[in-house]
Design a protein around this ligand. Structure first.
Ligand code: 0X9
Ligand code: ZN
Length: 764
């Protein structure tokens, strides 16, 4: 035991011997070891780094950005590699000592709450027993199986007691596990937080009550107990299980050992490697136990395997870049969970398919759960993004628990529902007068089973009667086309959807159906509109641009974790302006490098037509911006600027820093930025100025329009329909002025007079 502990123990109520059992000990000393984030893009640089490093904490098997632990004796050699790096941790041992001290201190307090520190395996099992005892009607104990060293892999199941017509043993289940990787201590802590909160909030929290009334939650905090114990007794940064590989090396990466696409890309055949896949699929008792448990419980509809660190929500596939059949369901859930996890503390967890969002990995649990066990399988990386890495300070256990509980409740809601809707193109909130809105509607029951019967869409015009229409099936099961027909400027269309689940329950979207419908408003026809489907004269480069890669172009975007896989879904077509479509799969594959790239609109006339106030002239565009992936998140920004002198001078419209991970439509009043002229332009200056920053930008559906619907009866354009309009019309009519051609038939005659009188009597 370290001397600092002896000091802490001195005078306390806990004996040194007792404390020794609950405070980690170590057989190695990492004094002077630094953790560095390194950009090693070339294969030979990566290989050199890999050889030098004590270990790579991110387990990345390839070139790119890596977190490398470098011992003091290798520091100069590391510097000699001459790679861009930032120091994440000055001294790993100092961090480890702080962690041990915190654990010791917490255990010496008589009243330290359980989640204020980390706990060893015995303490976790004791807490499971305490949770079982405290909530006997809601919980039952789970035994998953045994580890290689014969430790019991335990769990707890939580659901409401039997209800009439709703027995507990018929409810769908969701399983959450932690600690496949021994050193990722925040994962068992988070699972234990779920255990305590779900059980204690049943009947006080309506949402948790509803979930537990309809779903059984299965929690397995430590899948790899042998490895976990090892991190407490010998090597805090141990990852794998404790398999003796027979060649002097120890350990199989259980998250490369699952029997779906085992042995493919992103898993090592080298027993010494941290991603060693084992001798065959399910060669390890830990993965055998959990997979057999999942197969024995076909009510399991979803599985999240919790890891750390990087703050990621990872859906299938991990073994291939191809998208799974249920991509739409995963996209929807990824977005819901990423939004929920952000809500409490504004923490970003990037969500997406594993292969492209983190790296290729074969034999990972999520792929098996989805591919072989018919459950929605996710991998998850908890806090943080590298400041502390695996050595996450204990005061982040509760915040991590809170934000991730919020996220798993989204999955709970989904599985608790007999049927769920997805809207991969989004829902139309506005349409241009005279244009219909066509979009896709996905409907699944039981988590991911597509329904065959088309759902009904109900629409009504204003306060009119609801008109039902069956949606049109597409070639993809469970995906239908919906069309809301064209309307005139100013009309509001209400709409909602209804479908019947396998268990005959009728489900509406939005919840509440006719009493809380979606609304689509109808906007005026724009005076200038560009959806980037054809070349309309935008400039994709300016003389001052310095970006070496990833410049603006007009293209179908290629999906990465930072870049969309589609143009603005609320517009038409498939193309947009986007920064680069270079081939590649990683997050940095399509981004901007080395400077600025400028997208400039053609010149447009921003002046209002006579009779329309200048304040009615609006600019809108859909934009994509991502700068929170990669080694230096949020280090860049994108100015969007307006010119009223053909590009001689520019005024900022907005400085984009927001990482919405979605297309965002922004609308501006043009004359509040600059006086309106016939010589206006807008430009988007995307830039990668910071080292290691991944920047992606897109622009689509650019429009100049009036805000309000035209009112023909307001003949003099003073926004009031009154006798002066009548007088002005009669004047124009008698003067045979072109403006008197009210019905636009190129003849000024009595029919124009009649139409004007009609419009005048209707008003606006
Ligand atoms: O490499 C892994 O196994 C995981 N990352 S970690 O740094 N915690 O080791 C991510 C694998 C993704 N997992 C699943 N899709 N299940
Ligand atoms: Zn892990």
């Amino acid at each position: 035991m370290r001397s600092v502990l002896a000091t802490l123990v001195f005078g306390s109520t806990i004996s040194t011997a007792a404390l020794a059992q609950v405070v980690p000990t170590s057989t190695v000393d990492y004094t002077g070891h630094k953790l560095v984030r390194v950009e090693a893009n070339r294969i030979r640089d990566f290989q050199a780094l890999n050889l030098l490093a004590v270990s790579l904490w991110n387990c990345n098997q390839g070139p790119g950005i890596n977190d490398a632990q470098i011992s003091p004796d290798k520091w100069q050699a590391f510097l000699d590699l001459n790679l861009p790096y930032s120091i994440m941790m000055e001294d790993v041992e100092v961090k480890l000592r702080q962690e041990r001290d915190q654990i010791a201190l917490a255990h010496m307090q008589r009243d330290a709450a359980w989640f204020t520190t980390y706990h060893n395996l015995d303490e976790i099992n004791a807490k499971l027993d305490a949770d079982l005892l405290a909530n006997p009607t809601l919980t039952r104990s789970l035994t998953i199986g045994n580890s290689l060293q014969n430790r019991t892999i335990r769990g707890i199941a939580i659901s409401a007691p039997d209800q009439p017509g709703n027995p507990r043993n018929l409810r769908p289940q969701i399983i959450f596990n932690g600690c496949q990787h021994a050193r990722e201590w925040i994962s068992p802590a988070t699972i234990m937080y779920f255990s305590e909160q779900l059980a204690t909030q049943y009947s006080t929290n309506a949402r948790i009550t509803n979930i537990l009334n309809n779903v059984e939650i299965l929690l397995v905090p430590v899948v790899n107990p042998d490895g976990y114990v090892w991190t407490w007794t010998n090597l805090r940064l141990w990852r794998k299980n404790r398999r003796d590989n027979g060649d002097g090396t120890i350990g199989v990466d259980t998250n490369r050992n699952w029997g779906y696409q085992w042995g493919g890309e992103g898993a090592s055949t080298d027993p010494n490697n941290d991603t060693y896949r084992g001798t065959g699929p399910f060669s390890e008792p830990e993965t055998q136990a959990l997979s057999n448990f999942i197969l024995a419980n076909p009510r399991i509809k979803a599985h999240i395997d919790f890891h750390s660190y990087s703050q990621l929500i990872l859906s299938p596939w991990a073994y291939t870049a191809s998208l799974p059949a249920d991509a739409m369901v995963f996209d929807t859930l990824n977005a819901k969970m990423a939004a929920a996890v952000r809500a409490p503390f504004n923490m970003t967890y990037v969500a997406g398919p594993t292969y492209t969002t983190i790296y290729p990995a074969s034999g990972a649990s999520g792929d098996w759960s989805y591919g072989a066990a018919n459950a929605l399988g996710f991998g998850w990386e908890l806090r943080d993004t590298g400041t502390n890495g695996f050595i996450l300070p204990a005061d982040q256990i509760i915040p991590t628990g809170i934000e991730n509980l919020a996220a798993i409740l989204e999955l709970g809601d989904w599985i608790a529902q007999p049927l769920n809707f997805t809207f991969p193109d989004g829902l139309p909130t506005q349409a241009i007068a005279g244009n219909p809105s066509t979009f896709r509607v996905g409907v699944v029951s039981g988590g991911s089973t597509p329904i065959a019967t088309p759902p009904t869409m109900f629409t009504r015009d204003g306060s009119g009667t609801w008109i039902p229409a069956a949606l049109i099936p597409t070639a993809s099961p469970g995906i239908f086309n919906a069309t809301i027909s064209a309307s005139t400027c100013g009309e509001n269309i209400d709409y909602y959807f209804e479908a019947t689940a396998a268990n005959t329950a009728v489900v509406q979207s939005p919840v509440g159906g006719a009493t809380a419908p979606n609304i689509r408003i109808t906007t005026p026809v724009p005076v200038y509109s560009d959806n980037f489907e054809t070349n309309t004269g935008w400039s994709y480069a300016s003389a001052s641009d310095t970006a070496t890669l990833g410049r603006w172009e007009r293209a179908v975007p290629q999906a990465t974790a930072a870049q969309p896989g589609n143009d603005n879904p609320l517009g038409t077509g498939t193309l947009c302006a986007i920064t680069d479509s270079r081939a590649g799969t990683g997050v940095g594959s399509y981004d901007i490098d080395g400077g600025t790239t400028t997208l400039t609109s053609p010149t447009f006339d921003g002046r209002p037509p006579s009779g329309t106030p200048a304040s009615e002239m609006k600019l809108s565009y859909a934009r994509w911006y991502s700068n929170n992936a990669g080694g230096a998140p949020n280090a860049d920004s994108m100015p969007i600027e307006l010119s009223n002198n053909g590009g001689t001078t520019w005024t900022q419209i907005e400085l984009v820093t927001e990482n919405a991970n979605a297309w965002v439509t922004r609308t501006w009043t043009l004359n509040s930025i600059l006086p309106l002229t016939a010589n206006m332009k807008v430009r988007f200056v995307a830039r990668d100025l910071a080292t290691g920053s991944v920047v992606e930008a897109g622009v689509d559906d650019f429009r100049i329009f009036f805000d309000t619907c035209p009112c023909p009866a307001d003949f003099n354009g003073d926004t009031i329909v009154d006798f002066f309009d009548y007088l002005d019309f009669v004047d124009s009519f008698s003067a045979n002025s072109p403006s008197a051609d009210f019905n636009n038939d190129s003849i000024i005659d009595f029919f124009d007079y009649l139409d004007f009188v009609d419009a005048f009597s209707v008003g606006c």
